[in-house]
Write a protein that binds this ligand. Structure first.
Ligand SMILES: C[S@@+](CC[C@H](N)C(=O)[O-])C[C@H]1O[C@@H](n2cnc3c(N)ncnc32)[C@H](O)[C@@H]1O
Length: 289
């Protein structure tokens, strides 16, 4: 990119404290046009906002040591924007990205799956295991909306801060919730479940770990139950901006790859399907038993 265009674009964005709504497409195009050797220069120019005061900067600087912590996911759910005018428009920009909308969509999908399981429970208790449970916002909203809840939940997360946050958020519902600070790679459930759900976790795992994990956890699905595992699809239009500005790298996977993983894990093809949230960015491998 021509140096003059680069400098002018950055200068005008900072002069107005971040992109306005009408700049959204132009900023995306600018980032998508960057060549690999321009990434460092771009990040240097963006330094004033690449700090934990913005959502992008929080992801970039990783105060909790990794991307995709419960805190940033919760801020995306809440559509949080820092009120400081230096940062506000940058946070609002993030919430307009298809990837952020897809994250909010997947919470809605989770709530629908939980509501269906509860509806079909005929008043009998049903068990749910959530892997990489994070802020536990989908369950919180489901419980608020479901006075006749019959579901009981085991929540697995390796970050104690996520567990503390989720427990506090779900104070009113702790009788339905059991939290375990565990790494899903090593964790072996002591029982079987009617539903095993995971979103925002398996995209961090290599293929061989993905297959190992679904094979292990599928053994803990009750007959008549199901396991639903989320993964970003290869069609994610926000991938480049996530990687460049937020330093957020994930394994993006196609529907065929996910179905192939189920096959490698020995799950019969008739038991396998792909679910998507409305934007088709978050895919879900659904396996029934
Ligand atoms: C991106 S968040 C998703 C949270 C939640 N599932 C949601 O969709 O709102 C990922 C969560 O997985 C947790 N996590 C990451 N690696 C893990 C592992 N190996 N075992 C257990 N939890 C893990 C993180 O601490 C974080 O809370």
């Amino acid at each position: 990119m021509e140096q003059g265009v680069f400098d002018l674009t950055i200068k005008s964005l900072f002069e107005k404290n971040g992109p306005d709504d009408e700049d959204f497409e132009a900023v995306l195009e600018f980032v998508n046009q960057l060549e690999p050797d321009e990434v460092d220069k771009f990040r240097e120019a963006m330094k004033p906002i690449l700090n934990p005061s913005t959502l992008i900067g929080f992801s970039f600087t990783k105060p909790f040591g990794y991307n995709g912590d419960f805190f940033i996911i919760e801020k995306i759910y809440q559509k949080y924007a820092n009120p400081n005018p230096k940062y506000k428009k940058w946070d609002e920009f993030i919430h307009r990205l298809p990837v952020a909308i897809a994250v909010v969509n997947r919470k809605k999908l989770a709530k629908e799956i939980l509501a269906d399981l509860n509806k079909n429970s005929n008043g009998e208790p049903k068990s749910v295991l959530i892997l990489g449970s994070g802020p536990v916002t989908e369950v919180n909203e489901y419980l608020i909306e479901t006075p006749g809840n019959n579901l009981v939940f085991d929540m697995i997360d390796l970050d104690q801060r996520a567990i503390d946050y989720a427990k506090n958020k779900n104070k009113a519902f702790l009788k339905f919730l059991n939290f375990e600070k565990r790494n899903v790679i090593r964790y072996v459930p002591e029982k079987s479940y009617d539903l095993i759900w995971s979103a925002g976790l398996f995209d961090y795992f290599k293929d061989k770990h993905f297959v190992y994990l679904i094979k292990k956890f599928y053994q803990h699905v009750n007959t008549g139950g199901e396991m639903i595992i989320g993964n970003f699809g290869v069609q994610n239009p926000s991938r480049k901006i996530m990687e460049i500005l937020a330093d957020w790298f994930l394994y993006h996977r196609s529907e065929e790859e996910l179905i192939g993983f189920a096959k490698q894990a020995g799950i019969h093809p008739t038991q396998v399907e792909i679910l998507k949230e409305p934007l088709g960015i978050n895919l879900f491998l659904r396996t029934r038993k």
